[in-house]
Design a protein around this ligand. Structure first.
Ligand SMILES: [Fe+2]
Ligand SMILES: [Fe+2]
Length: 261
């Protein structure tokens, strides 16, 4: 049986969220998607409000993953504890609220989603994501399909994780860097892979922020309060076609959906 998984890169700001709400369901119909994972860590610019998480679920997400901005909006804490479809990185410490992995019974098959965060150039106190993945795959109930959102800065760390988990999981995609990479592939042992899914946010921006604000920081000035750029948005993601017999991937397609103009 074929099973199609759509992973959407970091939703940035209200305009990015608006694009997701308008375009996700038509996209799912067009691509015959069975399961959708959306990274929501930037819906509030930095972090995610509970009402925005509800909007992302209503838009058609089965699972929302997060990343280094998980706790930037403290209001999300109760939802992290209560909603098993909302995941923060699994390699956070045991004191961190919420969970990093979920098992979902889809009737004709089951899906495990694992959120992990990298450690290269990311300031957060988390365990080694490689050994965390080993531990989860060893201990967790086995699902027909296992999906990993690896939220990491370095392409090397993401590629290394892809090869490390190749053949043990169905698909892995990167999030966090907000720029879609063009290296979609099936790794040698059958895992679907893309280094970064890209973002769902303003096209004319520096990873979501107004260019002039970002440039000011690089010039040595003060960036000031974090804001999200205006203007037209694009949705970026990746579509994996999986096979239930093997639990592995048979096709990978990069996704880009943008409004005209
Ligand atoms: Fe992000
Ligand atoms: Fe991030």
């Amino acid at each position: 049986m074929e099973f199609r998984v759509l992973a959407i890169g970091d939703v940035v700001g209200e305009n990015g969220l608006d694009l997701l709400v308008r375009r996700l369901r038509p996209l799912k119909r067009e691509k015959q998607v069975d399961f959708t994972v959306v990274n929501g860590e930037n819906a509030a610019g930095l972090g995610l409000f509970p009402a925005q998480a509800e909007e992302i679920f209503d838009a058609g997400a089965d699972v929302i993953t997060l990343g280094n901005h998980t706790f930037d909006k403290h209001q999300i804490r109760p939802m992290l504890e209560e909603n098993r479809y909302l995941l923060r990185p699994a390699n956070y410490t045991a004191r961190a609220p919420g969970r990093g992995t979920g098992y979902y019974d889809m009737g004709r098959c089951s899906v495990r989603v694992i959120s992990l965060q990298g450690r290269v150039n990311l300031n957060y106190n988390c365990d080694n994501p490689f050994t965390a993945a080993d531990r989860i795959l060893k201990e967790a109930e086995r699902a027909t399909f296992t999906l990993v959102d690896f939220h990491a800065e370095a392409t090397s760390e993401k590629l290394a994780m892809g090869y490390y988990l190749d053949g043990r999981i169905s698909a892995l995609w990167g999030t966090h860097t907000h720029v879609q990479t063009a290296d979609e592939q099936i790794l040698p042992r059958g895992t679907g892979y893309l280094t970064d899914a890209g973002m769902t946010g303003p096209v004319h921006s520096v990873i979501g922020m107004p260019a002039e604000q970002s440039i000011e920081g690089f010039l040595g000035g003060l960036r000031g309060r974090h804001t999200v750029a205006g203007g037209a948005c694009a949705l970026h993601g990746v579509l994996f076609t999986l096979e239930s017999g093997t639990g592995l991937c048979t096709a990978v397609e990069r996704i880009r959906v943008a409004d005209a103009g």
